[in-house]
Design a protein around this ligand. Structure first.
Ligand SMILES: Nc1ncnc2c1ncn2[C@@H]1O[C@H](COP(=O)(O)OP(=O)(O)O)[C@@H](O)[C@H]1O
Ligand SMILES: [Mg+2]
Length: 441
C-alpha cells in the first residue's frame, strides 16, 4: 500500500507539473497567435479571432482585450488584473492560473488566461485511479495476509500438536505431510526423520538395558551358586581357595563384559574424531597376519593374507586394531579345525575394502543382522568362549570411521568386510602398536 501510495503521489505531482508547464506554453502561443492576427489585419481581425474563440465551447482559455485607458474592450473583465501593468509582469503562483499578456501596436493589451481547469481534471482522474489502486492493494494485501497467516498457523499448529503428543509419550505420532514438497513439507519430513531416529535410539536403549540385565544375570547367578555350594560343602582350606579363585575368575569375566559395554557405548556416543590420524592399514594388516599366524597354526587353521600395499585411512589406531582383532578372533573361534582364514585389503577408487574371510560354517542370512547386536550369539556358540560383544564393537568402530561393516557369504564361510574412505596422503607414523593377540575381548 505504501508503495502504491508513493508511486501515486509522485505520478500526480509529475503529471500536474508537466501539464502546468504545457498550459503556460499554451497561453504564450495563444497570445502570439493573437498578436499575429493583429499585425496581419489590425483590430478588426483580432476582434474577429477573439469572437470566434468565445463562440467555441471547447476552449477553456479566457481572454480580455484592454484599451489604453485600462478598461476592458472585449472579453472577460475579471481578467484585468492579469494585464494591467506592462512594466510589472504578472507572475503566476504555483498551481494558480497561467497567464500571458502582450501590448499591441495601437497600445491596447491582449491577455490570455488558463485557469488550469483541464489540469485539475486530469489530476483528479489520476488521483482517483491511484486511490482505487490503493484500496485494491490494501484489500488484496489484507486478504492474502489473512489467508497466508491462517495457513501458516494451521500448519505450525500441526507441528506443535505432534510435538506435544510426543512429549506426552506417544512416540508413534508423526507430522502430517501435504506432499507439496514446500519448505513446511520438508521441515515436517526432517522432523519426522528426527523422531524416527530418536525412536530408534530409544528402542535400542531399551533393548540394550534388557540385554545387559539378562546377560549379566547368568554369570552373576553362577557366581552366587558356586559360592553358596562351597559354603555348604567345603571342608578344607584348599577347597575354599579353589572356590575363591574361581569366583575371582568369574568376576573378571563380568568386569570384562562391563568394560566392553562401556567401550561400545563410548564409541557409539562419540562423534568427534579426535585421535584420528593417517594410519597405514596395509602395515596394520601385515602385523595382524604375522601376529595371528602362530595361534591359527596351533589350532590347526591356516591364515593367509592378500594385502594391497600402502593403503592409508584416517583412523584411530587402537580402535582400528581392535576392530580387526575381533574379526580375526571370531574367525579362529567360530570355525572348525582345518579352516582357512584370509585377510584381504583392497582398494577400489577412493574406497578401501578390508575383509576377514573364513571357510567355516558362516552365519545364516536371517542371523546376520542380529549378530551385530550386543550379546547376540548363534545357538551353536552360546556354550563357547566369548560374550557376544565382539561384532557390536566392530560395527561401532566401523561406523565411527564413517565406514560400514557387512557380513556376507564367503561360499562357504563368512566374509566380514569393512569399507573406509581412502586417505590420499602418504603421511603417517612408523612403528604402529598392535594390541597383543587375546581371545574374546
Ligand atoms: N567367523 C564366524 N563364523 C561363524 N560364526 C561367526 C563368526 N563370527 C561371529 N560368528 C557368530 O556371531 C556371533 C557374534 O559374534 P561376536 O559378537 O564376536 O560374539 P562372540 O565372538 O563373543 O560370541 C558369534 O557368537 C558367532 O555365533
Ligand atoms: Mg567374538
Amino acid at each position: 500500500m505504501i508503495t502504491v501510495g508513493v508511486i501515486g503521489w509522485v505520478t500526480v505531482l509529475a503529471v500536474s507539473s508537466a501539464l502546468e508547464r504545457q498550459a503556460q506554453r499554451g497561453v504564450e502561443n495563444e497570445v502570439s497567435a493573437l498578436v499575429d492576427e493583429f499585425n496581419a489585419g489590425g483590430r478588426p481581425d483580432l476582434e474577429a479571432a477573439l469572437t470566434g474563440r468565445f463562440a467555441n465551447p471547447l476552449i477553456h482559455t479566457r481572454y480580455v482585450l484592454i484599451g489604453t485607458d485600462g478598461a476592458a474592450l472585449l472579453g472577460d473583465a475579471t481578467l484585468l488584473p492579469y494585464g494591467r501593468d506592462p512594466a510589472d509582469p504578472w507572475v503566476a503562483p504555483a498551481g494558480g492560473p497561467r497567464a500571458a499578456a502582450r501590448t499591441l501596436g495601437d497600445g491596447s493589451r491582449v491577455v490570455v488566461v488558463d485557469d488550469l481547469v483541464g489540469v485539475r481534471d486530469v489530476e483528479a482522474v489520476v488521483t482517483r485511479a491511484f486511490l482505487t489502486a490503493l484500496a485494491m492493494a490494501g484489500a488484496l494485501g489484507l486478504g492474502t495476509g489473512i489467508l497466508l497467516a491462517g495457513a501458516l498457523l494451521r500448519r505450525l499448529d500441526a507441528v506443535t500438536r505432534t510435538a506435544e503428543a510426543v512429549v506426552a509419550g506417544d512416540m508413534t505420532q508423526r507430522i502430517a505431510r501435504t506432499g507439496s514438497g514446500d519448505e513446511f513439507d520438508r521441515l515436517a519430513a526432517t522432523l519426522n526423520r528426527m523422531l524416527d531416529r530418536i525412536d530408534g535410539l530409544m528402542v535400542n536403549l531399551r533393548q540394550v538395558s534388557t540385554d545387559i540385565a539378562h546377560d549379566l544375570r547368568t554369570p552373576l547367578s553362577r557366581l552366587r551358586q558356586n559360592l553358596e555350594a562351597t559354603n555348604r560343602r567345603a571342608v578344607s582350606v584348599e577347597v575354599y581357595k579353589a572356590a575363591v579363585e574361581q569366583a575371582v575368575e568369574e568376576t573378571d569375566r563380568i568386569l570384562d563384559i562391563f568394560s566392553a559395554l562401556l567401550r561400545i557405548a563410548q564409541i557409539e556416543a562419540s562423534t568427534l574424531r579426535k585421535g584420528f590420524r593417517p594410519i597405514n592399514l596395509s602395515e596394520l594388516f601385515h602385523t595382524l597376519a604375522d601376529a595371528y599366524a602362530a595361534p591359527a597354526g596351533d589350532g590347526g587353521r591356516t591364515l593367509t593374507a592378500l594385502i594391497t600395499a600402502d593403503v592409508w585411512v584416517q583412523a584411530d589406531q587402537d580402535l582400528l586394531a581392535q576392530l580387526f582383532v575381533n574379526l580375526v578372533e571370531n574367525a579362529l573361534l567360530h570355525t572348525p579345525q582345518g579352516s582357512t582364514i584370509s585377510l584381504q585389503l583392497d582398494v577400489s577408487g577412493s574406497v578401501v575394502v578390508a575383509a576377514v574371510c573364513d571357510d567355516g560354517p558362516g552365519i545364516p542370512i536371517a542371523e546376520r543382522e542380529k549378530v551385530l547386536r550386543r550379546f547376540y550369539r548363534l545357538e551353536r556358540s552360546r556354550s563357547g568362549l566369548g560374550n557376544g560383544l565382539g561384532l557390536s564393537l566392530a560395527a561401532a568402530v566401523a561406523e565411527l570411521h564413517g565406514g560400514r561393516l557387512t557380513l556376507s557369504d564367503a561360499e562357504p564361510g563368512l566374509q566380514v568386510s569393512v569399507t573406509f574412505a581412502r586417505e590420499a596422503t602418504l603421511r603417517g607414523i612408523k612403528g604402529q602398536r598392535m594390541p597383543k593377540p587375546s581371545v574374546s575381548r
